[in-house]
Design a protein around this ligand. Structure first.
Ligand SMILES: NC(=O)c1ccc[n+]([C@@H]2O[C@H](COP(=O)([O-])OP(=O)(O)OC[C@H]3O[C@@H](n4cnc5c(N)ncnc54)[C@H](O)[C@@H]3O)[C@@H](O)[C@H]2O)c1
Length: 311
């Protein structure tokens, strides 16, 4: 059957990589995006891609798009996070938006949704790598609202696979330490490293998993998507310094901010078993591929859901 994919937030980092992969196949794609952090110019002008500028918060619009397009699958990639003090915007996009998608799918018989969730859903975990069974303990606006949205979707009665994602690296990455260090070091500016560990997953590995999910039926539920291996922010810094071939400047290691989590490393063993999938790229390869992408295309934006990240 011809795939008809409705991607909310399709102009963003993950959405555009998904589109780049699938638009060349025999499928139709519909994007709904308000361009809060995504960009229209990152979407190719092709006859099998329709782009609607608007918000998932608009229930009538979401309903009408689902009714008319009748997707075989919805990928919920829209998220608000760029202003950590804007709780209303986060709640509207991440909660009301998810509700609008679930309601429209229920009304028009669309069964399958893939949702993207943040690892901040786990808050400050008791155990790392964080198992999929760990409790939800979000404490930031982004984490709280994304968690509520995920709960609505997972309990909607629809076939929802919610992917709890590590730090995905790939084209147009505009969040986190890699674009920050790359830009600041190139500009000769000072940096600091938070004393934390993250789990970096290559976009190609993420897309491999997505491909398996798109073309098969799997049990609904939440799945961690990661390498399972933590690397420190200082290690990222060192990779960027080596890549830029500059003299390593002094870099303070500072405690994580009050709105941050020290160790975000996800245990993906359940996901690996269910989907017969495993990340192929290691930390150094992933960071190198990311930096090579920036060499070619540059860093256009840097966003953060952390108030404490402002350098
Ligand atoms: N990239 C990662 O490593 C990562 C990690 C964890 C979770 N996620 C989740 O994956 C999804 C995609 O993330 P991303 O990295 O591509 O971020 P992104 O900011 O690049 O993409 C999000 C997109 O949603 C759009 N958007 C925001 N509010 C909207 C609204 N009200 N209506 C319609 N569109 C709206 C933005 O303009 C943007 O294009 C998000 O749900 C995010 O929470 C991503």
């Amino acid at each position: 059957m011809k795939q008809k994919i409705f991607i909310t937030g399709g102009a963003g980092c993950l959405g555009t990589s998904i589109i780049d992969k699938y638009i060349i196949t025999n499928c139709e794609i519909l994007v709904l995006d308000n361009f809060a952090t995504g960009k229209r110019e990152n979407l190719p002008a092709l006859s099998n891609l329709k782009v609607v500028e608007g918000s998932v918060v608009n229930a009538d619009l979401v309903n009408q798009l689902v009714k008319e397009f009748l997707p075989t699958i919805v990928i919920n990639s829209a998220a608000a996070y760029k202003d950590p003090s804007n709780w209303i915007e986060d709640a509207e996009t991440n909660i009301i938006g998810s509700i609008n998608i679930a309601k429209a799918c229920l009304e028009h018989g669309v069964q399958k949704i893939i949702n993207f969730q943040t690892a901040l859903n786990y808050g400050r975990p008791d155990v790392t790598p964080i198992p999929i069974t760990a409790p939800s303990k979000p404490f930031t606006s982004y984490g709280i609202s994304k968690t509520a949205g995920e709960h609505y979707l997972l309990n909607s009665g629809l076939n929802v696979v919610s992917l709890r994602l590590a730090n995905i690296c790939g084209p147009r990455l505009a969040i986190g330490p890699i674009p920050t260090f790359y830009t600041r070091l190139k500009d000769g500016k000072n940096c600091f490293c938070s004393d934390s560990l993250r789990d970096f997953l290559d976009m190609e590995d993420f897309l491999d998993l997505l491909d398996t999910i798109l073309h098969n039926n799997f049990p609904a539920g939440a799945y961690n998507v990661s390498t399972g291996i933590g690397s420190s922010i200082k290690e990222v810094f060192d990779e960027v310094v080596a890549h830029l071939n500059i003299n390593a400047p002094e870099v303070p290691i500072v405690p994580v901010g009050t709105d941050d989590v020290r160790e975000v490393v996800l245990d993906a063993s359940y996901t690996e078993k269910i989907f017969s999938w495993k990340a192929k790229y290691n930390f150094k390869q992933t960071i190198k591929r990311q930096l090579e992408w920036y060499d070619k295309f540059g860093v256009t934006d840097i966003y953060s859901h952390l108030a404490s990240s402002k350098q």
